[in-house]
Design a protein around this ligand. Structure first.
Ligand code: APR
Length: 322
């Protein structure tokens, strides 16, 4: 059987980490693409030279985005091209630069890898994945944004620490846009199936402590930006995107919160926002319409409004999107 091909567009901190995981797990051959050709080629060569040590026949190559032909026929494209935040910046401050990057990347994918499953990571995520889909013209179910898996993983880790249990036994849900308005859903978060509100009743934690965790989750990315001082998180974002890629490549049909194109679900039309979806061989195979209570719906609507503003800003910046 032919090996799968994974194109990583953007070979920076997340792109390099994605390449490392994809090579170690032998998910397929990896093509790293970047504006900085040397970075892409250097990371690919470094990982090739690591492969005899970790014992995987991973083929990695690097290229410049001046010529997108190396991504031809890719099964999965993961997009991290663009600029990350600096301390004091919000994700929204990146719109202008990263929108131009999405245009170039979308056109490159449309021309050379139109059958790929595309995962966008570039921020501000919900607006960038929407724009990338528009620029590429690919089917909506083949283009998704990675944010909810990461936000939920942060929430899971904080909850596991608070309860003193394994991260493996904590499930958690974060919906909405990938920004400070995201909606961590405590009611749908559990330890081995026991919902967090029940755990509070059982004396495992207090509402005040859980509220603090919810807030820390919302600001999880900013906390890391501040600590790093130069760039943003990369290990957890890369792991999250790889989990999504694996669900597609192996037709696992995992249920993940991701930025998906909505056509009326949760009261949202023609926008990308974080919701639970099923990822399988067809891409986004299902949008899981869980019921929200009035407080949750209100928080979700508020988050959707923030994404709407960003999409409107994109339309203003590039008239082909209007
Ligand atoms: N085409 C291809 N690559 C590009 C382009 C472009 N038009 N513009 C910039 N790049 C490359 C940069 O050269 C850099 O190597 O994208 C890479 C981005 O890598 P980093 O700066 O290390 O950023 P990273 O931490 O990987 O984050 C990438 O993901 O989480 C988001 O907010 C984050 O938008 C940012 C993106």
């Amino acid at each position: 059987m032919a090996r799968k091909k994974i194109a990583l567009i953007g070979a920076g901190m997340i792109g390099g980490t994605l390449a490392h995981i994809a090579a170690r797990e032998e998910l397929g051959d990896v093509v790293l693409m970047d504006l900085a050709e040397g970075t892409a080629k250097g990371k690919a060569l470094d990982l090739c030279q690591a492969s005899p040590v970790f014992g995987m026949d991973s083929h990695l190559t690097g290229g410049s985005v001046e010529d997108y032909t190396p991504i031809a026929g890719a099964d999965v494209c993961i997009v991290t091209a663009g600029v990350p935040r600096k301390p004091g910046m919000s994700r929204d401050d990146l719109v202008e630069i990263n929108l131009k990057v999405m245009k170039a990347v979308g056109e490159g994918i449309a021309k050379h890898a139109p059958n790929a499953f595309v995962i966008c990571i570039t921020n501000p995520l919900d607006a960038m994945v929407w724009a990338l889909r528009e620029f590429s013209g690919l089917p909506q179910e083949k283009v998704v944004g990675m944010a909810g898996v990461l936000d939920s993983a942060r929430f899971r880790w904080f909850l596991a620490e608070e309860f003193g249990v394994s991260v493996e036994d904590v499930t958690a849900f974060v919906m909405g846009g990938h920004g400070d308005t995201m909606v961590p859903l405590t009611r749908y978060s559990t330890v081995a199936g026991i919902p967090v509100p029940d755990l509070i009743k059982m004396g495992w934690s207090t509402q005040a402590k859980i509220d603090e965790i919810v807030q820390r989750t919302r600001q999880g990315g900013g906390e890391i930006v501040k600590l790093l001082g130069n760039g943003s998180a990369f290990y957890a974002p890369a792991e999250s995107a790889i989990a999504m890629a694996k669900s597609y490549l192996h037709d696992k049909k995992r249920v993940f919160p991701c930025a998906a194109h909505l056509t009326g679900q949760f009261g949202v039309n023609d926008m990308y926002v974080g919701v639970p979806i099923v990822i399988g061989e067809k891409g986004v195979e299902k949008i899981v319409e869980i019921s929200l209570n009035s407080d949750e719906q209100e928080m979700f609507d508020h988050s959707v409004d923030a994404v709407k503003e960003l999409v409107a800003a994109c339309k203003k910046l590039d008239s082909s999107l209007a």
